[in-house]
Design a protein around this ligand. Structure first.
Ligand code: ADP
Length: 574
């Protein structure tokens, strides 16, 4: 073509026509559209998020850039139009770089940067804003060869600024990656590389276009945005970043379909159209699967959340009910105590002959009344203990006391009880005194007494042995079930009390829940019908309140049992 025959403007039209116009439109329109789509989706999902706002700003700047860049391509070059739009392009591009830097600063914490940093950024941006409309930017646009003459100062400043921001982002990614929690590491890496790829493509094509004097190269820079949006979409789906979930997946799929579908407008070759058709179908099919699976996942999550909430409500109601029950038991037990004490008093007065001589016929039923009343008194006592434990109202009076003294004291009573059942009763106390232990004596006495009482109750042949010893450097963990504090690790010396018997033993399955409320062994009822299943439960709570531990051991049914308590010498200072 003979250029000399054409006017200046026409020359540029020729240039324009030589440029692959389909590629120009294709690179500008769909990419700007997709980036805006993603930007708006992220923003509308969480309007308050700084990240969302910055992303929207980036995508808007980008689409503005695409628009400004497209106009000279589309309408042919003439000096004024090109100068004007190229100036705008430079401005927008600088802001685009700065917003990208801001994005990596606020991601993923969503925290704004300091005022000082903003001032520094503003200082860097000032020459861009001030000099863009001047001759420092574009001196002139020569329509004879369709080339802009760039003001040297500005071009250099502009490239250095872009390079600086690019490197700055790289450093921020590196620093953030190092100190962030593991869950965010991958997100930072993806977001960072997305931004950097976008910028480097933008920047290097710009540079190359100037260097090689071929402005068609600029077009390829825009595909960096597609890559960036792809990274973003992946993050949205994979990490539920920006809280977008389904919309994110849909945006990704629809954008992909639009992007591929738009190719039909630009390609003429049949083979390419068929290939695009196949790609489009594949993308649509996979897209539908992706959306479906995301939907299913969201549904599952929501169901789970729903169930958790319901459970929490039910839990709360149960707790309230439990409190009401404890309160009720507490009041009822207090009311029961008075008449029971009266029955006990009168029965013993009758038996002692205070109301006249008691003949054998009447003495026996009165004795039975007395014994039954005693059982009721004990039950009421245990119920009261439980309501106190559960409402956290049980009070402890800690004092220094020797465990052996308690055991010696108890053995006087239990020797007789064992003898009545033709059982032996041994105590095994250390030759050297065990140190004194910080305890609530009456409560610990109650617990040991209950263990010995149980051993005698649940033994037919043989007998019971109670051993007290010092354990050096014991370590254990205690968590009191009615206190929400963290478990306490105890270590140091402890006094160990072992009550062993040759009785009915405990089947393996029963061992784990013996210490629960109202729990009684399966075979127990035959041997002793009147138990409550509360003694061990109360005992465990008392021992745990002493930061001690209690457990049972047995080789199985009919093989005897061992109940063991370990108490620390001192209570931890709170
Ligand atoms: P109770 O003895 O009133 O049933 P406890 O809480 O004291 O309640 O004991 C709970 C259960 O633990 C008993 O019902 C019994 O099955 C089992 N148990 C306790 N001590 C022994 C023991 N020495 N030998 C066998 N089983 C025992």
């Amino acid at each position: 073509m003979d250029f000399n025959l054409l006017t200046n403007i026409e020359i540029c039209h020729v240039f324009k026509n030589e440029a692959p116009m389909a590629l120009v439109r294709y690179s500008h329109i769909p990419t700007a559209f997709i980036s805006l789509l993603v930007g708006f989706f992220v923003y509308f999902k969480n309007r308050k998020s700084l990240i969302g706002k910055t992303l929207l700003a980036i995508t808007m700047l980008f689409s503005m850039w695409s628009f400004f860049d497209l106009i000279p391509w589309e309408f042919g070059y003439n000096s004024v139009l090109t100068m004007f739009f190229w100036a705008l392009l430079g401005l927008v591009q600088a802001f685009l770089f700065m917003s990208s830097l801001y994005l990596i600063y606020v991601f993923p914490e969503n925290k704004d940067v300091s005022f000082t940093k903003k001032i520094i950024a503003a200082i860097f941006m000032l020459p861009v804003v001030l000099l863009t409309p001047t001759a420092f930017n574009l001196t002139l646009f020569d329509v004879t060869n369709c080339e802009a003459t760039e003001g040297n100062f500005f071009t250099n400043y502009y490239y250095y600024l872009s390079l600086l921001i690019f490197l700055w982002i790289l450093i921020i990614i590196f620093l953030k990656y190092r100190k962030s929690e593991k869950v965010f590491k991958k997100q930072i890496l993806l977001m960072g590389s997305g931004i950097e790829l976008f910028l480097i493509l933008f920047f290097s094509t710009n540079f190359l276009a100037t260097l090689l004097d071929n402005y068609v190269i600029l077009i390829y820079g825009m595909f960096g945005m597609v890559i960036f949006m792809g990274f973003l979409a992946y993050m949205i789906v994979k990490f539920k970043a920006f809280d977008i979930k389904l919309i994110g997946a849909q945006a990704l799929v629809y954008s992909l379909i639009i992007l591929i579908g738009s190719q039909f407008f630009f390609i003429q070759s049949k083979t390419n159209q068929i290939l695009t058709g196949i790609t489009l179908t594949l993308a649509a099919v996979f897209g539908i699967f992706l959306i479906k699976s995301v939907k299913a996942e969201i549904k599952r999550k929501e169901e789970l959340q729903d169930m958790t909430e319901k459970l929490a409500i039910a839990n709360d109601q149960l707790r309230k009910l439990d409190n009401a029950k404890s309160e009720f038991i507490s009041i009822a037990s207090h009311q029961l105590r008075t008449p029971l004490t009266a029955i006990k008093g009168y029965a013993s007065l009758i038996l002692e002959g205070t109301y006249g001589e008691v003949n054998q016929g009447i003495a026996e039923p009165i004795n039975k009344i007395y014994a039954s009343n005693e059982r009721l008194v004990q039950l009421v006592e245990e119920l009261l203990n439980i309501s106190k434990i559960e409402s956290g109202k049980m009070e402890f009076n800690f004092e220094k006391h020797r465990i052996e003294d308690i055991v010696k004291d108890l053995s006087d009573t239990f020797v007789i009880l064992a003898k009545d059942k033709k059982l032996y009763f041994n105590t095994e106390l250390p030759e050297e005194h065990t140190p004194e232990v910080e305890i609530d004596t009456s409560k610990i006495r109650e617990v040991i007494s209950n263990l010995i009482d149980n051993s005698i109750k649940y033994t037919r042949r043989g007998g019971v042995n109670v051993k007290v010893e010092l354990v050096k450097n014991a370590t254990w963990k205690v968590k009191h079930q009615f206190k929400s504090e963290k478990p306490v690790i105890m270590d140091g010396d402890a006094v160990k009390i072992t009550v062993s018997d040759t009785g009915i033993g405990i089947p393996k399955d029963d061992l784990s829940y013996l210490f629960s409320k109202f729990s009684r062994g399966r075979d127990t009822k035959r041997l002793h019908a009147n138990g409550t299943g509360l003694g061990l439960y109360v005992g465990k709570n008392i021992i745990e309140a002493h930061h001690g531990k209690i457990w049972a051991e047995s080789e199985g049914a009919e093989k005897g049992s061992r109940f063991i308590i370990e108490l620390p010498l001192e209570q931890p200072k709170s």
